[in-house]
Write a protein that binds this ligand. Structure first.
Ligand code: ATP
Ligand code: MG
Length: 148
């Protein structure tokens, strides 16, 4: 039950957002089921949540949504943080890649999270995509095949 998994992750990770005075908006549709490795999908979602938290300043807004779109469960994690420069977008899923913007501002991290996320989602026959505007924010969209 992807809905319950996401709800419990959001409860467990609520404190990282509270600590930066970030507003967390949740819009989680009930009872969306997928066939998936629960631990691996949790790992993907935690990286997206931690990224949104880390690359968004104090008082920012983070939105997490889950909804059913035809044969896919769609998860979106959006923030209004530092954004990713357009020229860096093609590389963010590469191992150890970190945008110049994140490195220069001294955010912690190894640059592995998204490469692992991409491999995990691919292994589930899903997709992961990003939309980002520098200094405005970032939105990650993960789609996983649904069972009906
Ligand atoms: P870690 O291995 O701890 O996850 P990381 O967060 O630096 O380290 P990734 O999660 O793979 O690595 O992200 C790669 C890079 O993409 C980041 O270093 C950052 O430059 C950029 N990035 C990822 N998510 C966001 C986001 N929500 N807002 C802005 N930049 C982001
Ligand atoms: Mg990360």
């Amino acid at each position: 039950n992807l809905s319950e998994l996401i709800k419990s992750l959001l409860i467990n990770y609520e404190s990282i957002f509270i600590n930066k005075n970030q507003h967390l908006e949740k819009n989680i549709e009930d009872d969306i089921f997928v066939v998936a490795d629960k631990d691996r999908i949790s790992e993907v979602l935690i990286n997206l949540l931690v990224n949104a938290n880390k690359y968004t300043g104090e008082g920012g807004n983070i939105k997490v949504k889950l909804y059913n779109e035809g044969q896919f469960a769609v998860i979106t994690v959006s923030d209004n943080g530092i954004g990713i420069p357009k020229e860096d977008l093609p590389f963010i899923y590469e191992r150890f890649y970190r945008s110049e913007k994140s490195r220069s501002r001294d955010y912690g991290g190894s640059g592995l999270g998204l490469s692992i996320a991409k491999a995990i989602i691919k292994a589930h026959n899903g997709t992961i995509n990003v939309e980002s505007i520098l200094n405005q924010g970032t939105k990650f969209t993960v789609k996983l095949p649904i069972i009906n």
